[in-house]
Unconditional design. Structure first.
Length: 395
């Protein structure tokens, strides 16, 4: 449980809370000061002694990145790769799979646009077949319907754990159980779940997982990571290699690095890598179960307040909801609402229907406002947002 004294401490360690009510944590959270300071300190060393030299100086700390991330999600250090963002991490996993004509990819109606375009490319390039599991009436994926889509040609189940545009938490562990029973690979996009919910790759049963640093994990922008189960990682050849991911052993030979590091690049945001490790340790110190409990309470406070207004439609779905709260205001564009809130020091974001055509567009939603809370937010910040939206109905 996170106490009021804890929250005061976390806010004291987060400079941005002095200036804004930050309800855009699904976009990019406010980083703890320790994360910011570690990034700046490394950049200062690069400036003062040189980039290569600064990297060598912090060699042990760079190596400590892998157990820090592994501990966050219940993985082994050798199953972790540092990638520049969640989308590229997902790409490195997905595009390394050798699809053939007729191979089936099962996904869900709430899938994010970037991932779905990957499926479309696999269909165009390799003749893969895309199957979409429908949502249950609650809004989350219908797990029974998903299982019925499986055939002997199913190669991959690929699901977004927490869609970016609604309150849904998809039942990842149930999907993982089905994937294991049928011997099918399971790729989980955990971009919005890592940092706001407990995520354990062994409990979920996913073979691959992609995540970002900038969202609920409170790490730097331009950072992310990929988990690939060790046995699988050693059987895959990344779609791109460099002299970090592989060794040129002869004029016509190369040897790929063992484990997940074969998916990395030689050049990366080194300062960000250090900052992301700090963010991972910070989240573990706070406690993911405690974070999830507080996030749920804050989000329910916001949903309940917004739902009380006749001029507001709360668009969240799902049996178990998360820290993402989405809504529309009658007679006003989402961008207009977002701007009005920003003028009052309340950060939110806008999700376009184009981001999830199989869900938002089919539901007739052109765009919506997304307010995403985090454990360092205060109840009075939630109430400020509610009252600001209330005033939009009076104007």
């Amino acid at each position: 449980m996170i106490t009021p004294d804890d929250i005061a401490c976390y806010r004291a360690e987060t400079r941005g809370t002095e200036h804004v009510a930050h309800l855009n944590n699904a976009g990019a959270s406010l980083p703890p000061d320790a994360v910011h300071e570690r990034v700046i300190r490394h950049l200062d060393r690069e400036r003062d002694i040189g980039g290569y030299e600064a990297k060598a100086e912090a060699a042990n700390e760079f190596e400590a990145f892998y157990p820090a991330i592994a501990g966050l999600i219940g993985a082994k250090p050798q199953e972790i790769a540092f990638i520049e963002n969640a989308t590229r991490a997902w790409d490195m996993a997905f595009y390394s799979l050798p699809f053939r004509e007729g191979d089936e990819i099962i996904t869900v109606e709430t899938e994010y646009a970037s991932n779905f375009m990957g499926y479309l490319q696999a269909r165009k390039r390799h003749g893969a077949v895309i199957k979409v599991a429908p949502c249950a009436p609650s809004g989350r994926v219908d797990v029974a319907a998903l299982e019925k889509l499986i055939t002997s040609r199913t190669k991959l189940i690929s699901v977004t754990h927490v869609p970016s545009h609604s309150g849904i938490i998809n039942p990842a562990a149930e999907i993982g159980r089905i994937a294991r029973q049928h011997g099918i690979l399971f790729l989980l996009d955990a971009c919005q779940s890592v940092g706001q919910l407990p995520v354990d790759v062994n409990e979920i049963g996913c073979d691959m997982l992609s995540a970002t640093g900038r969202k609920f994990l409170r790490g730097p922008r331009g950072t992310g990571f990929l988990y690939v189960r060790e046995e699988l990682a050693n059987s895959l050849e990344p779609v791109m290699l460099d002299l970090h991911a592989a060794e040129w052993t002869g004029e016509d030979q190369y040897r790929i690095e063992a484990g997940a590091r074969r998916f990395e690049n030689w050049e990366c945001f080194f300062a960000g890598k250090l900052g992301l490790a700090v963010a991972a340790r910070y989240a573990q110190k706070v406690g993911l179960a405690a974070i999830a409990e507080r996030n749920t309470a804050l989000a329910e406070r916001l949903r309940g307040g917004l739902a009380s207004f006749a001029h507001v439609d709360v668009r969240d779905r799902g049996e178990e909801k998360c820290a993402i709260v989405t809504f529309t205001v009658k007679g006003r564009e989402a961008a207009e609402v977002h701007h009005a809130l920003r003028q009052q020091g309340i950060n939110t974001s806008v999700s376009s229907g184009d981001y999830s055509r199989l869900d938002l567009t089919r539901r007739g939603i052109k765009s919506l406002v997304r307010a995403s809370v985090h454990y360092y937010n205060l109840e009075n910040e939630i109430d400020r947002c509610i009252e600001a939206v209330a005033r939009l109905g009076r104007g």
